[in-house]
Design a protein around this ligand. Structure first.
Ligand code: AMP
Length: 316
């Protein structure tokens, strides 16, 4: 294994309000970059770039500071502004959610500065935010080996042209099946993935919730199952997507390479880490998580994902 290469994440630090069939929580730590950093730091050190306002709760800061392997040098504190805040409600099946409110706060202002010490970052994850801002941030990492972005329905709707510009510059994109369909107006995830490759990236990961994900790479296609979890284990799915991307990027940064095989292994790490995120509200499933539990779940996943021998397949 090569030495781990610097991984940077840009995205939101949020104050979340979540209503789920399992309960409600108000003003809990969240945001795409927070979930990403808490998860990816299990595999490789992470540099974080984000901004928060004067209303950012002290307990949220203490929590983020308590996570080993996360550099907060790129976290900008703006006393006169408000922190990004998001509220969502999950339906009974836990797969569908509706956004109740999005208060952009600092996201409406100019983006956070990127510290000079982050310039040599090799693996770059542009978590969810405005695509024009994702593109500006990308420009700060000239030595990158690999840049991957996330996006969501909001940006596909209101910033389509900027998103297309961004896609020309990144190596990979992670999005869910509905977003993929919305972006290229193709329903099948593999066909949609191939169409997205035409827009620029060399790979696309299409997430299908409890049905796993599809990797559409210029070198071929692969599918991965979800982690086999009971409905009862799902407490709060918020952050599953960011955690999934964190497992992928953390693994790639740790290995120092991004060939298709390593991406596939990274997706397995992402799947397993996300299975912890959804078991608790906020970052609680990730913070303080024992490495042995991650390893144990990874072994169980590898076992569950292995295809059984197909009777008669070798006799024809
Ligand atoms: P996920 O469940 O992985 O899609 O991510 C949920 C997190 O994304 C929450 O903690 C929110 O604070 C954050 N979030 C929600 N909407 C947005 C948005 N439009 N831009 C950036 N982050 C967002």
């Amino acid at each position: 294994m090569l030495a781990s290469m610097a991984l940077v994440v840009t995205g939101t630090i949020g104050i979340d309000t979540v209503h789920a069939p399992t309960g409600s929580r108000e003003r809990i730590p969240g945001g795409s970059a927070a979930y990403f950093a808490a998860a990816a730091s299990r595999l490789a050190p992470v540099r974080l770039v984000a901004a928060v306002g004067g209303d950012w709760p002290e307990e949220h800061r203490t929590l983020l500071e308590s996570i080993d392997g996360v550099s907060l040098e790129g976290l900008e504190h703006r006393p006169g502004s408000t922190t990004f805040a998001w509220g969502g409600r999950y339906h009974e099946n836990m797969n569908e959610r509706e956004t109740l409110f999005t208060e952009l706060g600092v996201l409406e202002e100019s983006g956070p500065p990127v510290p000079d010490s982050y310039r040599d970052s090799r693996f770059v994850f542009l978590a969810n935010t405005h695509p024009a801002e994702q593109r500006r941030l990308l420009g700060h990492f000239p030595d990158r080996t690999l840049a991957v972005c996330d996006t969501m329905d909001l940006w596909i709707n209101i910033a389509h042209a900027e998103l297309l510009e961004l896609l020309r510059e990144v190596d990979g994109v992670v999005l869910n099946d509905q977003e993929a369909e919305q972006l290229v107006e193709v329903r099948n995830p593999i066909s949609a993935g191939r169409k997205i490759l035409e827009l620029g990236p060399s790979f696309v990961v299409v997430k299908k919730g409890e049905h796993g994900c599809v990797l559409v790479h210029e070198d071929g296609v692969a599918t991965l199952p979800a982690f086999p979890a009971d409905h009862e284990q799902v407490v709060d799915p918020t952050g599953a997507g960011d955690t999934f991307a964190a497992g992928l990027m953390g693994h790639l940064a740790r290995e120092g390479t991004a060939d298709r095989r390593t991406i596939q292994d990274g997706l397995a790490w992402g799947t397993v880490l996300a299975s912890f995120t959804i078991e608790s509200f906020s970052l609680d499933g990730l913070v303080g998580l024992d490495d042995a539990r991650i390893a144990e779940r990874m072994a169980a996943y590898r076992d569950a994902a292995r295809l059984p021998e197909i009777a008669g397949a070798a006799t024809g």
